[in-house]
Design a binder for this molecule. Structure first.
Ligand SMILES: [Zn+2]
Ligand SMILES: [Zn+2]
Length: 88
């Protein structure tokens, strides 16, 4: 994990994870007609990160369904960059 803003600006930094949080929508796993277990968890799990240069961002992911061939949650990753708090 590297700070994207630092990469863009040619800087280097250390990255520190902050508090994580997740939405808490209920969901029920199920077995499809072939007896394959699906778990379609609609919750986003996000973790905040901060780099030593003061940039902050959040990475949100959804848990992928374990059923083979099921695309639910595939590539469901969101990176939200926050305002630079350096106050330039
Ligand atoms: Zn940075
Ligand atoms: Zn599924």
């Amino acid at each position: 994990m590297k700070c994207l803003t630092c990469i863009e600006q040619g800087m280097t930094s250390q990255v520190f994870p902050g508090a994580g949080m997740s939405t808490c929508l209920g969901h029920d796993p199920y077995w499809d007609e072939a007896g394959v277990y699906h778990s379609h968890d609609p919750n986003w799990h996000s973790t905040n990160y901060r780099c030593s240069a003061g940039h902050t961002w959040a990475v949100s992911i959804r848990q992928k369904c374990p059923a083979p061939g099921c695309d639910f949650g595939k590539d469901d990753v969101k990176i939200a960059r926050k305002e630079n708090t350096n106050g330039e």
